[in-house]
Design a protein around this ligand. Structure first.
Ligand code: 5GP
Length: 189
């Protein structure tokens, strides 16, 4: 299969500011499509099915695992997340470039599947600031925050798997850093 589009994978511990960065990147690069993942977690306030995620139940998710329909999938913070193989391959064949917001387990699976991709990891300025951000955003209870902090440490430890690392200390600087990476990579399309 000839794959013409380019794949960008972006990962970060939750609370590192990835959502804002991804949103800005999509505004700045209209030629970049967002890869809408499937998840078994419940929608948060304001999230739209088919735009933020496709929300499905565990049985549906497992059926698609059995049918080998995921190009990658993982259990993250207790819920299942996956990227549809069909969706991804169709987009690439069409020549679209895709931005995948997925965790490190998924990123590694895509790398191992032999796709050419550009991978970017977003780091918080410090662990203390990460914890503070998770507490301040008020979307998660204490147990969830602790689980996310534990996962963050594991992910941060593996940042060298990625092509680029951006420290999100100042959001405007981080947006500019991401813009530069994307601009350089898109130039060769
Ligand atoms: P959230 O539930 O906060 O939206 O996302 C939790 C984590 O799941 C984030 O690290 C996000 O990048 C990751 N994630 C979202 N979609 C996918 C996916 O399709 N595959 C994998 N492996 N991780 C995903």
């Amino acid at each position: 299969m000839e794959k013409k589009g380019k794949l960008f994978v972006i990962s970060a511990p939750s609370g590192a500011g990835k959502t804002t960065l991804v949103r800005r990147a999509l505004e700045q690069f209209p030629q970049l499509s967002y890869s809408v993942s499937h998840t078994t977690r419940n929608p948060r306030n304001g999230e739209i099915n088919g735009k933020d995620y496709f929300f499905i139940n565990e049985k549906e998710f497992q059926t698609l695992v059995d049918q080998d329909q995921w190009i990658e999938w993982a259990k993250v913070h207790g819920n299942f997340y996956g990227t549809s193989r069909d969706f991804l391959e169709k987009k690439l064949i069409k020549g679209d470039s895709l931005l995948l917001d997925i965790d490190i387990q998924g990123a590694k699976q895509i790398m191992e599947a032999g796709f050419t991709l550009v991978s970017i990891f977003i780091l918080p300025p410090s662990i203390e600031i990460l914890q503070q951000r998770l507490e301040n955003r008020g979307t998660d209870c204490r147990a969830v925050i602790l689980q996310r902090m534990e996962n963050a440490l594991v992910e941060i430890d593996q940042q060298s798997v990625y092509d680029h690392v951006i420290v999100n200390d100042d959001i405007d600087q981080a947006i500019a850093d991401l813009h530069l990476i994307l601009e350089n990579e898109m130039r060769f399309l």
